[in-house]
Design a protein around this ligand. Structure first.
Ligand SMILES: [Zn+2]
Ligand SMILES: [Zn+2]
Length: 230
């Protein structure tokens, strides 16, 4: 799941990614490419995935990845996303009340006392929860990958906040991924999601075919989740 192609910043064409998945004996391939509000190729991308569905026995999913913009849950999406199976909501910038903010600036503002770390974490949780409120399937992408960039860790996120987000994910029928590329979120972060039966999906976030379908970190997190809490 979560494999980029040359439609955005992936190194390989969708056809090449499919060939890799076939060689590995995979049964499904989650195509995902980065979009922004001014992206104009989504209809071409959807058409390409649909056309390729006729050429392989692998189940192809057609996803797009967009960044969280602010605490309303708005995403950096173009208007026309018809035919897209899933939106990956990603913390590529820090979604504050005022809009997407570069992590370096947020880190500096926390250090100077201009921003409270707890308020920043609240903003990320609120933005993520509200992004789930849409008719399309939403996957929470590499959740909390932004934290190390602003000098925080997953341990700084209160369990009550994770429970709020897990409830929102359950209520809206959405999903959360574990990212092989970003090595997050951790098993403790995922426990409230698991407790509610939220689907937890594995993603490589591949940007080249050689990383498709190779899971180590994700499986370690799943094993930790299966064990009783420490
Ligand atoms: Zn991403
Ligand atoms: Zn990605």
């Amino acid at each position: 799941m979560h494999v980029h192609s040359t439609f955005s910043d992936g190194a390989d064409r969708i056809e090449d990614n499919i060939a890799e998945a076939e060689a590995l004996g995979l049964t499904a391939l989650g195509c995902v490419d980065h979009v922004r509000v001014d992206t104009d190729w989504v209809p071409d991308y959807v058409a390409a995935v649909n056309r390729l569905r006729g050429s392989t026995r692998i189940e192809l999913r057609c996803g797009i990845e967009a960044k969280l913009l602010d605490t309303t849950g708005a995403l950096d999406l173009p208007d026309d996303i018809d035919g897209v199976d899933a939106i990956y909501a990603a913390d590529h910038q820090v979604p504050l009340d005022s809009g997407p903010t570069h992590p370096r600036e947020v880190k500096e503002r926390i250090a100077s006392g201009d921003l409270q770390a707890s308020d920043v974490i609240d903003a990320i949780l609120t933005s993520t929860a509200r992004s789930l409120e849409r008719p399309q399937r939403v996957v929470i992408a590499h959740f909390l990958s932004i934290l190390p960039k602003i000098g925080l860790t997953e341990a700084d996120v209160p369990v009550s906040g994770l429970e709020m987000l897990a409830q929102a994910t359950k209520r809206t029928g959405q999903e959360i991924e574990i990212s092989e590329r970003w090595r997050c979120p951790s098993a403790p972060t995922l426990r409230p999601f698991k407790a509610l039966g939220v689907p937890i999906v594995l993603s490589t976030d591949s940007h080249k075919r050689g990383t498709i379908g190779r899971y180590e970190h994700c499986l370690a997190v799943l094993r930790e989740l299966a064990a009783p809490p420490a």
